[in-house]
Write a protein that binds this ligand. Sequence first.
Ligand code: ADP
Ligand code: MG
Length: 335
Amino acid sequence: MSNITVCARFRPSNSKEKQNGNDSGCIRNIDSETFIFKDEKDEEFVFSFDRVFYEKSEQSDVYQFLALPIVRDVVVDAFNGTIITYGQTGAGKTYSMEGPGILECEEQNKGLLPRVVEGLFDSINSLDEEKTYSIKLSMVEIYMEKVRDLFDLSKDNIQIKEIKSRGIILPGVTEITVLDPAEALQSLSRGIANRAVGETQMNVASSRSHCIYIFTIQQEFLSRDKRTRFGKLILVDLAGSEKVEKTGAEGRVLEEAKTINKSLSALGNVINSLTCGLPGKASHIPYRDSKLTRILQDALGGNARTALLCCCSPSAFNASESLSTLRFGARAKHI
Ligand code: ADP
Ligand code: MG
């Protein structure tokens, strides 16, 4: 059985796409798992995923299917989990992850993050009293293979280490203990605001960096030996997967694109070696090929639960990028 859930999501077409008359050009839905995708040359491709979220899907559908089972496993059994949004810039990654805003957002529009926060606390509160829990939150951004602390922008080159007792850690990174959902949301919104500040300082678009939200859930057994266990839930809003060659990029933009491309390929390679690995045969998993995969090392594979949301525009104008996103997802699922 595979521990990776792969879903595709098509956002509604925007006013520009509607004006150009090429909205919804490329999808013919069959059912909740399978659809036909037509590219700009009218060639047809059939894709199947664990679930397809069409334009009218609700944020809560996405959360229920993709995130809630992982939240439960992290809280109840101290599993590690990763939830990733992938796709070209403008495809709906951040909308799916954050919603239109973290604070003061209408209930139905809330993204995965605020729902995960509520889900974590709800799961904890619904358990019996034999354990105590604490939740810590860190937020980092990876830009040009450097890891920056989004709660303290002066920490702009955080290292990644692996230690026996805890797995992958980020020494020195700010960890905020959050006692309730409101506090967690405040912290998240502060990290997101800091991200914008950092990007303005460096003149970088947010779509060119990976944003990583790390929840560490510590459980301590009250009875027995006071044993503690840790579960880690990581949410990743990836940098845009679009190719830049066609815009004639040069200089920093080209370097950015190459770096992003390299880390997204590394992610794809890691996921593929995890899903294609022959049972009982230890295969080499290339976690060290990028900062992204290194940070995710103990939250991908093994006992970890992984969900990948492949975000796409519904417009024929973006068909080639959408096709590349869907192929990334199909390869991850190995189907
Ligand atoms: P990305 O993070 O992939 O670059 P965004 O999440 O910022 O893309 O989405 C681009 C635009 O589309 C935003 O204005 C966002 O509000 C809108 N959008 C994306 N997905 C949806 C959706 N499912 N429903 C409504 N609006 C959406
Ligand atoms: Mg975004």
